[in-house]
Design a protein around this ligand. Structure first.
Ligand code: 5GP
Ligand code: MG
Length: 175
């Protein structure tokens, strides 16, 4: 079935958001050299844009991948790390977890728990979008690009059935 896309966040607005978040990170990580950990696949575009606006020297960039049980637009109650990091990768480091969307909070909670086990010096969460309406697990988010209402979005790294990641703006998807 053909889906209809409606622009929710235009490219220029995303660029402004990214620059603002980069400034916030630069202020907070002054004299430090953080490790960025992106959650695959959705966060790869955001992370790639963000790092090119950061003045803070980044110590390392890593990626983890989680899998949630359930189908596409409906998140299930559980997420597991399916591709993690070699032990010691974030130990003693200032870690910033980069996510595309915090929705129910299940994925980021699992990712934060996973990273915490490796004893980082500090751990913060930076998300492109926050969708608080469907939150099931409380998550404290340190950096937010934009808070958005309920509704499924695609583009700028985020997908529906692996499609639309390449779109430079963020769209809502309707049947
Ligand atoms: P959670 O519900 O665990 O907070 O979010 C799980 C994952 O679902 C997120 O990492 C994100 O990739 C995906 N997700 C949540 N809401 C949306 C959405 O509106 N569009 C897309 N494409 N993915 C979403
Ligand atoms: Mg994701």
């Amino acid at each position: 079935m053909e889906k209809k896309l409606r622009c929710l966040i235009p490219q220029e607005e995303i660029a402004t958001m990214v620059r603002r978040v980069a400034q916030e990170l630069d202020q907070d990580y002054k004299d430090r050299s953080p490790v960025l950990v992106g959650i695959l696949k959705g966060a790869f575009v955001y992370l790639a844009d963000l790092i090119r606006h950061l003045k803070t020297p980044i110590r390392n960039i890593e990626f983890i991948r989680l899998s949630s049980y359930g189908v596409s637009t409906i998140s299930s109650g559980r997420a597991v790390v399916v591709t993690g990091l070699p032990k010691g990768t974030v130990t003693g480091q200032d870690v910033i977890l980069i996510e595309d969307i915090v929705d129910t909070g299940i994925t980021t909670t699992a990712a934060l728990r996973y990273l915490r086990r490796d004893k980082p010096a500090s751990l913060r969460l930076c998300t492109l979008l926050d969708k608080p309406s469907r939150r099931r697990v409380p998550v404290s988010i340190d950096y937010v690009g934009k808070t958005v209402p309920e509704g499924f979005v695609v583009g700028y790294g985020t997908d529906f059935d692996q499609r639309y990641r390449q779109l430079p703006a963020i769209y809502t998807l309707r049947e």
